[in-house]
Design a protein around this ligand. Structure first.
Ligand code: SAM
Ligand code: SF4
Length: 494
């Protein structure tokens, strides 16, 4: 059922939506695209669930806790369905749980995976049309049933058996789930970026690596890259709109493979990085997340050669033990990882390095854990994101024996964080007395301090004379005068 554009506008006039986002930067950016698409369709975004006609949750399923949060949120607002509000679940939990969501949260009307967001306007129009029809014509909603429609990138729309509705409130359900084989990127011209100075550009979606613990290959589908022309066009458009910082995004951003039609115009990831850094008006380029297996020396060379590329690489290691890396199916050894670290340390610029670590993977012994602890000091990370292993549906690690008890995972997590804190207390000190350029992110009025971010992605808060108070989004020089485990304090150089 294809609706005309005019009909779509008619249906959504005056409609409001509320969108809450869980999870990573990819989800934050997907939400910006969903918001842009809905605004274009005539919807208006509101600040609270109570004000909204349509309530959307863009979900994360990377760890069990993140997934539970969504179901708690849905339960909290369940009673609002009686007042005619519609609930939709987008993103990774939608993709992973599919129609099972309707069983756990029967008031949900829409379930949509990330590769189907381009179909969102059509799905919403169908939802409204079916809803209107079902309340007008009882025969359309047989007996105590509802209407369920499946749409998506890989399947033709089809009506499915009705279920779980009441006579007074027939439920209409729409499901847009993606085939893992989709080669569609979620490109839209209607991105509503929330920050006027700094914005994301997705360059690659999905993942083909299948680490033993991870749901991403199942929830975000196979790896697919945009063309470098389309990425550069978006970067130029952002620069024209006044953005000065661009962050290139991908589950494994450096696994990028230019899909340009003409092979001679294809760019490697490092070449694309440099080209984005050379777009007039762009002052900073970041990229995340890099996978160690695909991290080439050319990336370090690009950072050395192009000053707008930020002095920061996020390179998740997950474990310092080869035995655990093997069981995780990470495709590199500790030695290969350290080789990449050595490339960065020998760069001309001072590249900050951050990482992700999982503790308590099945079979991780005390000895394995000690190897992770000593890797922290060996690398001297500028920041570490630590996670307790969380068993996830469909993943190969579910079948592994030697589960680590939760109390032991917590102990290891605590020990790791404490060790890293001590490392950072020492390493942040070395910036005292240096002058750093920061992008001004805002002001902490209570402390009368401006919030700044350095090229290395460190927070450098600072004071400035009233007469030269800087605006958000500008770049100023700041002398660091004090250090803390996770931030620096300084004064603006005037
Ligand atoms: N593609 C990136 C890579 O390979 O390093 C990581 C992307 S993943 C969305 C972000 C982080 O979540 C991972 O680096 C890992 O530390 C963590 N993570 C993923 N699955 C997890 C699980 N089942 N339990 C705990 N942490 C997990
Ligand atoms: Fe998940 Fe591994 Fe893919 Fe990263 S590389 S998204 S951890 S499967």
């Amino acid at each position: 059922m294809k609706m005309s554009r005019r009909y779509t506008e008619f249906m959504s006039v005056g409609k409001t939506f509320y969108l809450e986002t869980f999870g990573c930067q990819m989800n934050v950016h997907d939400s910006e695209k969903v918001i842009g698409t809905l605004l274009h369709e005539g919807y208006r975004q509101v600040e609270s669930v109570e004000q909204a006609d349509l309530i959307l949750y863009n979900t994360c399923s990377i760890r069990d806790k993140a997934e539970q949060k969504v179901f708690h949120r849905l339960a909290d607002f369940k009673k609002l369905q009686a007042s005619g509000k519609k609930f939709g679940v987008l993103g990774c939990v939608a993709q992973q749980e599919g129609e099972k969501i309707f069983e756990r949260a029967p008031h949900v009307s829409l379930v949509c995976g990330s590769a189907s967001y381009t179909n969102l306007p059509q799905m919403l129009t169908q939802l409204e049309a079916l809803d209107a029809a079902s309340s007008r014509t009882p025969a359309f909603s047989p007996a105590d049933g509802g209407i369920s429609l499946t749409t998506g990138t890989a399947r033709e729309p089809e009506f499915r058996s009705p279920q779980l509705a009441t006579r007074n409130s027939p439920l209409v359900r729409i499901t847009g789930l993606d085939d893992r084989a989709t080669d569609k990127c979620f490109e839209t011209e209607y991105t509503a970026r929330t920050n006027p100075h700094r914005g994301y550009i997705t360059i690659i979606e999905g993942c083909d690596k299948f680490c033993a613990y991870c749901v991403v290959p199942f929830t975000r589908g196979k790896e697919r890259s945009r063309t470098s022309e389309s990425v550069l066009a978006e970067a130029r458009q952002m620069a024209d709109l006044g953005y000065t910082e661009i962050q290139l995004l991908g589950q494994n951003v450096n696994s990028y493979k230019d899909s340009a039609g003409n092979p001679s115009s294809r760019k490697s990831f490092a070449e694309l990085l440099a080209a984005v850094g050379e777009v007039p008006g762009i002052k900073r380029v970041r990229f995340t997340t890099s996978h160690p297996r695909d991290f080439g020396r050319d990336i370090v060379d690009a950072i050395d050669a192009v000053p707008t590329l930020c002095e920061h690489v996020h390179l998740p290691v997950q474990s310092g033990s080869n035995k655990v890396l093997g069981a995780m199916q990470r495709l590199y050894t500790r030695e290969q990882y350290l080789e990449r670290i050595a490339w960065m340390k020998s760069a001309k610029r001072d590249i900050a390095i951050t990482t992700d670590i999982i503790v308590g993977f099945p079979g991780e012994s005390e000895e394995d854990f000690m190897q992770t602890l000593n890797l922290l000091a060996e690398v001297g990370y500028d920041g570490v994101f630590t996670f307790k292993y969380s068993p996830r549906p469909n993943t190969p690690a579910l079948g592994l024996e030697d589960a680590i008890p939760d109390a032991e995972k917590s102990r290891r997590l605590e020990a790791l964080m404490q060790h890293q804190k001590e490392i950072q207390i020492g390493s942040y000190k070395k910036y005292i007395g240096t002058i750093q350029e920061v992008m001004v992110e805002g002001k902490n009025e209570a402390r009368n301090q401006f919030i700044g971010r350095t090229s290395q992605n460190k927070t450098l808060n600072f004071i400035a004379p009233e007469a030269s108070a800087p605006q958000s989004g500008t770049y100023v020089k700041v002398r660091a005068t004090q250090s803390f485990p996770n931030s620096l304090l300084g004064e603006m150089v005037v």
